[in-house]
Design a protein around this ligand. Structure first.
Ligand code: AHG
Ligand code: MN
Ligand code: MN
Length: 333
């Protein structure tokens, strides 16, 4: 089999579609290299003293794990000096990170969830990194938080890495979704799946059912119908999976279909859901749509949402198109 590396893929994509200019290619390669470092650290586990809590809290009030902090540092350091970025923003940092003055600045802005699935780190279950790339607004001087508040439709690239039995990188630049597997001996990313497509129908759903009592009626109705199985209104049985790492749940859905839900609920009405629009929902929605799926917050396409805050939360329904449309329809009724 002829092996196509990430670099070769990016160069050829630029030649064919003119969609990956040199600076964007550098950005993607640097992020991929950072993910390789994170994967290496994850793989060492207790031997690398990377497990456990860092003893600090992030802006969401969540306790940070050592790997949350380390992965954030790896991504910042890797991306600071290349000249391809104007600024970065991360789930683990309260404010944006402008590129220091000692380095040249570029036209892109990078956002990331450095370590997704933190509750799974210490128990050796798949975790990952999610990233999103925007362009700095025309004529931007000093980068500001405001410059990042662009709807997901403006993303020029997005992707995630999963650190699991295999380390994979899934990427879109707006021209389909491709998957690269890390060759651990060679240290290179090899194209292993081209143009991933999500089946429109599915018999698999993902939701944290421990929150059932807090759900709003459209979600309760939808899930109850799935649970009713063959003799219920849907006339077929559904299976459930919940990994508690969005990267791993989304990766399953990209491979074999399914619907992933993290709804808003009645606990904290002013905080819609748990997931973050800029670091989780937008990049995943971009990938899912590029693979033929759908992603909404129950009432609206996620990619159309105008962000108001960097750390804004959002309800998420994504995956196989017909199921996402159905549960979205229940919200509209
Ligand atoms: P993070 O580790 O970046 O905070 O994200 C965790 C997210 C997401 O990956 C996952 O789907 C969800 O939180 C799990 O939430 P529950 O613990 O409520 O199931
Ligand atoms: Mn996350
Ligand atoms: Mn995280």
């Amino acid at each position: 089999m002829k092996r196509v590396s990430l670099t070769q893929y990016l160069v050829e994509e630029q030649r064919l579609h003119n969609s990956i200019p040199a600076e964007l290619r550098l950005l993607i390669e640097v992020v991929a290299r950072a993910c390789k470092s994170i994967s290496h650290a994850v793989g060492k586990g207790a031997l690398g003293e990377v497990l456990g809590s860092a003893g600090s809290e992030n802006v969401q009030g969540e306790v940070q794990k050592k790997l949350d902090v380390l992965s954030n540092e790896i991504l910042l350091e890797a991306n600071e000096w290349g000249g391809h970025l104007a600024a970065m923003a991360s789930e683990e940092m309260e404010t944006i990170h402008p590129i220091p003055n000692r380095y040249p600045k570029g036209e892109y802005m990078l956002l990331f969830d450095p370590l997704d699935g933190s509750s799974n780190i210490d128990v050796n279950v798949s975790i990952g990194t999610i990233f999103s790339v925007l362009k700095a607004p025309e004529g931007m001087g000093e980068p500001t938080e405001q410059a990042f508040l662009q709807p997901g439709t403006r993303q020029v690239a997005a992707g995630y890495a999963v650190y699991g039995p295999q380390t994979v990188l899934v990427l879109t630049t707006g021209d389909g979704v491709n998957c690269f597997t890390l060759d651990r001996e060679m240290g290179s990313w090899v194209l292993t799946q081209r143009d991933m497509k999500i089946p429109e129908d599915t018999r698999e759903f993902a939701i944290n059912a421990s929150n059932t009592r807090h759900w709003y009626p459209p979600v309760t109705r939808y899930v109850n119908e799935l649970l009713a199985g063959k003799t219920g209104p849907r006339g077929k049985d559904f299976n459930m999976r919940w990994i508690a790492s969005m990267v791993a749940d989304v990766h399953r859905i990209l491979n074999r279909g399914g619907i992933f839900m993290y709804p808003a609920d009645a606990r904290e009405p002013d905080k819609p859901g748990k997931l973050r629009l800029m670091y989780e929902a937008n990049p995943m929605a971009f990938l899912i749509e590029q693979a033929g799926g759908a992603a909404t917050n129950g009432t609206q396409r996620i990619l159309d949402i105008q962000p108001k805050k960097l750390h804004e939360r959002v309800a998420v329904f994504l995956g196989s198109k017909n199921e996402v449309e159905r549960v979205t329809g229940y919200h509209q009724q």
